[in-house]
Design a protein around this ligand. Sequence first.
Ligand SMILES: [Zn+2]
Length: 95
Amino acid sequence: MVRVILYLLLAVLLITLLRSVLGPIVRIAARWLLAGGAPGPRSTQMGGELRQDPVCGVYISTATSYKLSEGGKILHFCSEACREQYRRGKGRPEA
Ligand SMILES: [Zn+2]
């Protein structure tokens, strides 16, 4: 019985370790692919340009980004979560 718990604990530990190691790598890889990997044709085919998410710093296509207009400018986010975080960070309700 104790052994099972130990194995479970070990598994959880391993997963957390893997996540913390792989997380940043995947993020950097995604950034690389989006920013430098596709020069021209691919990004224009997808429609839109690349914009940087002001929350997490990832580059996203304006065609697929989550948008938020602020002061006449349109901000682009990689996800709903980032947009929400930005909104909350500003401490301002939805316009
Ligand atoms: Zn983001």
